[in-house]
Design a protein around this ligand. Structure first.
Ligand code: CUO
Length: 660
C-alpha cells in the first residue's frame, strides 16, 4: 500500500515535471507571438500578468532582491525607455543598455512564474526589438528554461530574414484575405558577381546560427566566466570566412579580399530589406570611400587601434589597463586577442585597444549616412541577423582574421613530437559520395504582420532556394597498439585557388573547414571508426518551425501530456551547409583526418556524451570547450616543412564535391 502511494507520488512528480516543460514552451511561444501587437486575450495568463502584475511587488522572486527590476521600473516610469514600434540595434549603446536591463531582470528570476510574468509585463511596456533580444538571451542562459526550444528567429522577426518584396506581398495577401506563398529571391542581379554566393550570406539558417552564436557568447557578457570566449570569437568567424571562401571558389570567384581603411569599399550592397518600423535598410553604392561616422568613430582611430593591436602581436604581449603585461606568444594568446579585437567585457584594456570589430560593424553599417543627414536607420552590418548578407561582412572578418593570423604565424610550428600519437596508424579512409544540390525551403511569415483579435488569420509563407547535401559518411581504418580513447578531427580544404594553381599545405591550411570532431574508443588491432554527416559536432538540424512548436506545446498542455521535443541548441552551423557547394565537374578538396590521444578531451565523458552536440563552433554551454588543443589544431600554425607531418596518425586524401 505504502509503495503504491510512493509510486503514485513519483508518477505525479514526473508528469508534472514534463508538463511543466510543455507549459514553459507554450509560454515562451506566446511571449514571442506577434510581438508588435498586444498579447491576445486568449493568452489569458500572460494577458493578465501584463495588466496586473506589478514587477516591484515581486522582488522576493528575484535573486538580487529586486535591484534589476526596480532599476528597469524606474527607467520606465521616468519615460526614459525607447518607444515601441521603433527599430532596435544591439550596437546602439542606449538601446543595448535597456535590453540588458530586461536580461538582468529575467536572469534574476527565481521561478518560472516570475520569469513569464515579468516578461509579459515588459513585453507590453518596452520596445519590441529590445524585448525579443532580451527574451532570447534570457532563455538561452537561464536555468529555468533549459528545456525550452527557441522558435526560429526567421519566423519571429521575418523582416530581418527576408526581403521587402516578399513582405509587401504578405501585407497585400493579408489585406485581400488571400493566402499566399511567395518566392524569396536573393538580392541583386547576375551582373553582380557577388550574387553568385548570395545563397550563402543570405541563407536564413546561416543567419540564424550567427545571431545565436552572438547570443550564446555576447560581447557584453558579465555573468559566469565563459570558457575560451575570445578564442571562440576568432574560431567561429574564422570558420565563417573559410567557408565563404570555399563557396566563392565553388563559384569561380577568388577568395574575399580583406577590408582596408584607406581603400574604397569595392562592393556596394542593396539590401532589399526593410525594418518592421524604420523604413528601408540603407543602400551602399560600389566604391564608397570610408568616412568617419559622427558620434561613432573616426577612421583615423580605427587605424590607430589596429596598429596598437599589431604592435602587441609583434611584441608578444598586451598591456593591461593597470600597466601590467600579459604574454600572448602561447596557446592562450588567441583567446586574449579575440577578446581585445571584438571587443568584449573580457578585454583587459578597452581604453587602449578599443573595440575594433564592434566599431567596424557600426562604421560599415552607417556609410550610407555617416553624418545622419538623412535620418537613415542602421545598416545590415549593425544586426547579427542581417550582417552576413552584405559582402562587406566577409571583407571585415577577413581583415580581422588576417590580424589574428599574424599572431598565429608568430608561434613556432608544431614539432613532430607534438603531432605524433604513436598508438594509432590511420591506414585508409573511405568517404561516400559528396554532393550538393539546391532545394526549396518554406517558412512562415505570419509574425511579420499585425493582427487584431476579431480578424481571421491568413496563411502567408515564403519559399527560398537553399543549399543542401546528400548525407555522407566515412569509415576510418585505424590500427592501434593498445586500447585507448582518441580525439578525431576531420577537416576539408580547397585544393586549388581560383586560377587552378594547387595550394601547398601551408597555403591551404588557413582555409581548412572543420567538418567534425569527436571522441571514441580504439582497441588493440584493427579498428573501423564509422561516422555519419548527421552526427557532425559543428552542425545542427533544421529548426522546428514556430507553428509546429505552438501546435505541439498547446496540444501537450491541453492533454496534460509530455512535450516530445529535443531542446538542442540554436547555435550551430546548419547541417545543410556542412559541405561547400563544389562544382558540376567535381571540385577537389583535401580531406584530412587527424587522430590524437583522448587526453585532448576537456571532459571525461565525451565518448558517450555530446554535451549539447554542436560544440565545434559553439563550445559546451556553461562548460569547457571540449578540445583542449587550440581551435583549428594542427592547422592553426605555420607548416614550413611538411615532412614533420608524416606521422601515422594523420591522413590526407583528395575528395571531390559534386554539385548537381
Ligand atoms: Cu559575428 Cu562580426 O562578429 O559579426
Amino acid at each position: 500500500m505504502q509503495w503504491a502511494v510512493v509510486v503514485a507520488v513519483l508518477l505525479v512528480a514526473t508528469v508534472s515535471a514534463d508538463t511543466d516543460v510543455a507549459h514553459k514552451q507554450q509560454s515562451i511561444n506566446r511571449l514571442l507571438y506577434k510581438v508588435t501587437s498586444h498579447i491576445p486575450s486568449t493568452f489569458t495568463h500572460l494577458k493578465e500578468a501584463a495588466e496586473t502584475w506589478n514587477p516591484r511587488e515581486h522582488a522576493d522572486h528575484c535573486s538580487d532582491g529586486g535591484t534589476a527590476v526596480n532599476h528597469l521600473m524606474d527607467e520606465l516610469e521616468h519615460h526614459r525607455l525607447l518607444e515601441q514600434h521603433h527599430w532596435f540595434s544591439l550596437f546602439n549603446e542606449r538601446q543595448r543598455e535597456e535590453a540588458l536591463m530586461l536580461v538582468d531582470v529575467l536572469l534574476h528570476c527565481t521561478d518560472f512564474e516570475a520569469f513569464e510574468s515579468n516578461a509579459a509585463y515588459f513585453r507590453e511596456h518596452m520596445n519590441e526589438g529590445e524585448f525579443v533580444y532580451a527574451l532570447y538571451v534570457a532563455v538561452t542562459h537561464s536555468d529555468l528554461t533549459h528545456d525550452v526550444v527557441l522558435p526560429p528567429l526567421y519566423e519571429v522577426t521575418p523582416h530581418l530574414f527576408t526581403n521587402s518584396e516578399v513582405i509587401d506581398k504578405a501585407y497585400a495577401a493579408k489585406m485581400t484575405n488571400t493566402p499566399g506563398n511567395f518566392k524569396m529571391e536573393f538580392t541583386g542581379t547576375k551582373k553582380n558577381a557577388e550574387q553568385r554566393v548570395a545563397y550563402f550570406g543570405e541563407d536564413i539558417g546561416l543567419n540564424s546560427h550567427h545571431v545565436h552564436w552572438h547570443m550564446d557568447f555576447p560581447f557584453w557578457w558579465h555573468g559566469d566566466k565563459i570558457d575560451r570566449k575570445g578564442e571562440l570569437f576568432f574560431w567561429a568567424h574564422h570558420q565563417l570566412t573559410a567557408r565563404y571562401d570555399a563557396e566563392r571558389l565553388s563559384n569561380y570567384l577568388p577568395p574575399v579580399d580583406p577590408l582596408y581603411w584607406d581603400h574604397p569599399i569595392r562592393d556596394g550592397f542593396a539590401p532589399h530589406t526593410s525594418y518592421k518600423y524604420g523604413g528601408e535598410f540603407p543602400f551602399r553604392p560600389d566604391n564608397k570611400a570610408f568616412e568617419d561616422v559622427d558620434g561613432v568613430a573616426h577612421i583615423r582611430d580605427m587605424k590607430e587601434i589596429e596598429s596598437r593591436i599589431r604592435d602587441a602581436i609583434a611584441h608578444g604581449y598586451i598591456i593591461n589597463a593597470d600597466g601590467s603585461h600579459t604574454d600572448i606568444d602561447n596557446d592562450h594568446g588567441i583567446d586574449v586577442l579575440g577578446d581585445i579585437i571584438e571587443s568584449s567585457t573580457y578585454s583587459t584594456n578597452v581604453a587602449y585597444y578599443g573595440a575594433l570589430h564592434n566599431q567596424a560593424h557600426r562604421i560599415l553599417g552607417a556609410q550610407s549616412d555617416p553624418h545622419h543627414k538623412f535620418n537613415m536607420p542602421p545598416g545590415v552590418m549593425e544586426h547579427f541577423e542581417t550582417a552576413t548578407r552584405d559582402p562587406a561582412f566577409f571583407r571585415l572578418h577577413k581583415y580581422m582574421d588576417n590580424i589574428l593570423k599574424e599572431h598565429k604565424d608568430k608561434l613556432p610550428p608544431y614539432t613532430r613530437e607534438e603531432l605524433l600519437y604513436s598508438n594509432v596508424e590511420i591506414t585508409d579512409v573511405d568517404v561516400t559520395e559528396l554532393s550538393t544540390f539546391f532545394e526549396e525551403f518554406e517558412f512562415d511569415l505570419s509574425n511579420a504582420l499585425d493582427s487584431t483579435e476579431n480578424v481571421e488569420e491568413v496563411s502567408v509563407k515564403t519559399h527560398v532556394s537553399r543549399l543542401n547535401h546528400k548525407p555522407f559518411s566515412f569509415n576510418i581504418h585505424a590500427k592501434a597498439e593498445h586500447d585507448d580513447t582518441v580525439t578525431v578531427r576531420i577537416y576539408l580544404a580547397p585544393k586549388y585557388d581560383e586560377n587552378h594553381i594547387a595550394l601547398n599545405l601551408d597555403e591551404g591550411r588557413w582555409g581548412v573547414i572543420l567538418l567534425d570532431t569527436f571522441w571514441t574508443e580504439v582497441h588493440e588491432g584493427n579498428n573501423v571508426i564509422k561516422r555519419k554527416s548527421s552526427e557532425s559536432s559543428v552542425a545542427i538540424p533544421d529548426r522546428v518551425s514556430f507553428l509546429q512548436l505552438i501546435h505541439d506545446a498547446d496540444a501537450a498542455v491541453a492533454a496534460g501530456t509530455e512535450l516530445e521535443h529535443h531542446a538542442d541548441r540554436s547555435c550551430g552551423h546548419p547541417q545543410r551547409l556542412l559541405l561547400p557547394k563544389g562544382t558540376e565537374e567535381g571540385m577537389d578538396f583535401w580531406f584530412n583526418v587527424v587522430i590524437t590521444s583522448g587526453e585532448d578531451a576537456a571532459h571525461d565523458d565525451l565518448t558517450v556524451n555530446d554535451h549539447g552536440s554542436t560544440h565545434g563552433y559553439c563550445g559546451v554551454h556553461g562548460g569547457k570547450y571540449p578540445d583542449k588543443r587550440p581551435m583549428g589544431f594542427p592547422f592553426d600554425r605555420r607548416i614550413p616543412d611538411k615532412r614533420v607531418w608524416v606521422v601515422p596518425n594523420n591522413h590526407g586524401q583528395i575528395v571531390q564535391i559534386f554539385h548537381h
